[in-house]
Design a binder for this molecule. Structure first.
Ligand SMILES: [Zn+2]
Ligand SMILES: [Zn+2]
Length: 151
């Protein structure tokens, strides 16, 4: 068994070992470099039980550049408590990174008055890294962050 599953709703492959989404074109190198597994692509397709490729790194890059909120969490990727900017939907895991966001993007606004609690997920790693707000985290255990008691 390969440490892979697919979220068919978003057509995203997920590494169950690392709990992170994987671009289709990164699956083989991820399995080889991180897990020491050499595998053919047809074995990947078979394990995922799919006939068409899941999202590629180019598709994910476009997607991540456009999305700030997802209605549902990507299956297999942890959901954690975070905070969201009310001005622009940017989300962050903690107040420190949110303060950086405010000084870059909204220097005239007070961070504390313009944020709200939310659930977040970081679906991908590496260059595709970005925090996304999850509207409905039902069925996912939300990990609380100790550094998150700003309220
Ligand atoms: Zn992995
Ligand atoms: Zn903002």
């Amino acid at each position: 068994m390969l440490p892979l599953q697919v979220d068919l709703r978003y057509n995203v492959a997920v590494c169950t070992g690392c709990c992170t989404g994987l671009a289709f074109d990164h699956i083989q190198s991820h399995l080889r470099m991180v897990h020491g597994i050499r595998v053919q692509l047809d074995a990947v397709m078979e394990q995922l039980n799919i006939e068409a490729c899941t999202l590629s790194s180019a598709e994910i890059k476009t997607w991540m550049s456009e999305v700030w909120v997802l209605p549902n969490a990507i299956k297999g990727v942890p959901v954690r408590a975070g905070i969201a900017c009310k001005e622009c939907q940017h989300s962050a895991p903690d107040i420190t990174s949110m303060k950086v966001h405010f000084s870059n993007r909204h220097p005239d606004l007070k961070t504390k008055d313009n944020i709200m609690k939310c659930n977040i997920q970081m679906p991908f790693q590496g260059r595709l890294k970005k925090h996304i707000q999850i509207e409905d985290a039902e069925g996912h255990e939300v990990e609380m962050d100790a550094g998150n008691d700003w309220k």
